[in-house]
Design a protein around this ligand. Structure first.
Ligand code: SF4
Length: 193
């Protein structure tokens, strides 16, 4: 497991890319998930997520995955489960004071982040762990939230267009015709000349 973890951190850029693709697919599947019911999807998706992420990242299924902000190094593997950087006990060479054979997850997170496109996210302060989400699927929750935001922004854009046209017509009717003029009407003036 530890070796797989180190591998994932060494290849954090690739995993960042894969994660972005998986998220895209999950968001695209939102209508399907909504039809089946997100509650029904929770168990099977969480099961797959647990399987994949346990092997690759030693995931503890905290339910609020932050791998994309921590260089693909899971902070739940820190014996103190610190979410915002290392404690003061990091040993020379970046080793953990509690588990001296293990490199500090935050030293690894820094290395992983330097390889990632969005690596600067490691500088953002993360919220404390919400223990009530433990065991739940981060993939499903995040994609559901992002799909909802996308729907909202699309709806807002549609509303803005719908509102803009009546306003435009009130100011200058010719700039926003209600419908395309038929060719015969457009050419009439030209024909008369
Ligand atoms: S941050 Fe949480 S969900 Fe992500 S790999 Fe670690 S334990 Fe798993």
């Amino acid at each position: 497991m530890y070796r797989a973890r180190l591998f994932a951190i060494r290849h954090s850029r690739t995993f960042e890319w894969i994660y972005a693709r998986v998220e895209g697919v999950m968001i695209a599947l939102d209508p399907v998930f909504a039809k089946i019911g997100y509650n029904r999807m929770e168990r099977p998706v969480a099961l797959i997520e647990r399987g994949v992420k346990t092997v690759l990242f030693d995931c503890k299924m905290c339910g609020q995955c932050v791998l994309s902000s921590t260089g693909m190094s899971c902070p739940m593997n820190c014996p103190k489960q610190l979410r915002n950087g290392p404690c003061g006990g990091v040993r020379p060479g970046g080793y953990c004071e509690v588990k001296p054979a293990m490199r500090c997850v935050w030293a690894l997170a820094w290395e992983g982040s330097t390889r990632m496109k969005g690596g600067a996210k490691i500088r953002e302060v993360l919220p404390p762990v919400d223990r009530s989400l433990e065991g739940s699927s981060s993939w499903l929750r995040v994609s559901r939230e992002k799909a909802a935001k996308l729907r909202e922004s699309r709806e807002a854009a549609r509303t803005a267009v719908a509102q803009a046209f009546p306003e435009a017509r009130a100011i200058e009717p010719a700039v926003a015709p209600l419908a395309e003029e038929p060719a015969s009407a457009v050419n009439r003036g030209v024909l008369k000349k």
